[in-house]
Design a protein around this ligand. Sequence first.
Ligand SMILES: [Zn+2]
Length: 471
Amino acid sequence: MSKVDSIKQTWEPTLVYANGSFQPNAALVCDRSAQILDLVPAGDVQNPTLLKNRALLPGLVNAHSHAFQRVIRGRTEYRTANEKDSFWTWREMMYSAALRLTPEDVYDASRMAFLEMALAGITSVGEFHYLHRAPDGSAYDDPNLMAKEVVRAANDVGLRIALLRVAYARSGYETETNPRQVRFIENDPATYLKNLEQLERDLGDLDAARRIAWAGVAPHSVRAVPLDFLKEVIAVANGKQLPVHMHVAEQPAEVSACIAEYGRSPVALLATEGLLSERFTGVHVIHVTPKAIRMLAEARAMVCACPTTERNLGDGIVPASRFFNQGVRVSLGTDSHVEIDLLEDARELEYHERLQKTERAVLASADDKGQSALATRLFVCATINGAASINAPGGSLEPGRTADFFTVDLDDPSIAGASSDDLLSAIVFSLSRTAIRDVVVGGKRIVEDGRHAQQDDIVERFKALQKKLWG
Ligand SMILES: [Zn+2]
């Protein structure tokens, strides 16, 4: 079959972001399976879908999400402790919500989070999923019931999803079991691995034709998974070439407990035990030494930063400039969903270091001083690096990649007047989420003119859930 015969769709916007710059008068040509065939001069193809006054960019990849946490948005922004509030007091509030959700509730909450992601230009998500069991700690008949509700929600909204199935074995080193964690815990690696395998089979059936849902392995943290357990599940993940995600050094207390237990920091433990690899993504990775960063770089491991959550929880600042300088790839996640705007995470990566160092353009490369050079680096975090981290098929608009993209209205007040040279900077640093007009996943338009077809239903169901949970 010739290329012309196999063309299914052609998209013709005002500008296309490909190969690191905006190109005018170009059309994106895709085949029947929504694979990008080529970028051709506008006018060379018949009956394109015209996207007037719009710039088209590769879909954003959200590498770290806990979708159900959408239900506590706005409900933790007050003081609960006599001394001081922290990540740990927030966590107790989050647990109290997690204990009450039925599988249907998880579907409704997740659909809300994924709808908001779609409206924000996100086309793939890595869901770090740890709500496995019933509220009393017993296993559901299908041990992946909750995971599959999250996957169903993502696919109903139209997003691709990596279900990063969490291993969670204990409350911590020499720590009493926290009864609020009963829904997360699978005590032994054999149970975890059996359930992971079943999930892979079930998602494989769903995913037969298109890569819309797949599994990954997510040992929760060095606190929650002891070393032997960790070694066993990471070995299996590596054998299957699955992505491995793990919370690493989010809080100083986690680092000191790890040193007490193993005599090594979390990164040093992972490195010296041979558990880091190019499939490994450490989430947060805030409280780390230069030596630990070198260890991550040497292993080609990745980092996922979640600055909008980290600033909300008072976690600390991801040392992004040190990661960039050592060549550690950084992806981004909306994590707790206090807000869902991955470009805000991208700009915050830079802004946190500006405030800390009282400098500007901290993450810019010294030898590339172009108008949009810094924005390009941040945009790579939100796209290409995210896709590498969760093993998603999108990330860039190159032949052979899938047609996952979003468009922005060039007349939106937040970016109006930008030239093609500074448009990416305007988008990364200033875009209002409402400027996003179309979102396309695998050639299918899931957001059109800033709206999702199921938006009203999703919002109504979510409002009913919030009323049930909170009165
Ligand atoms: Zn997390």
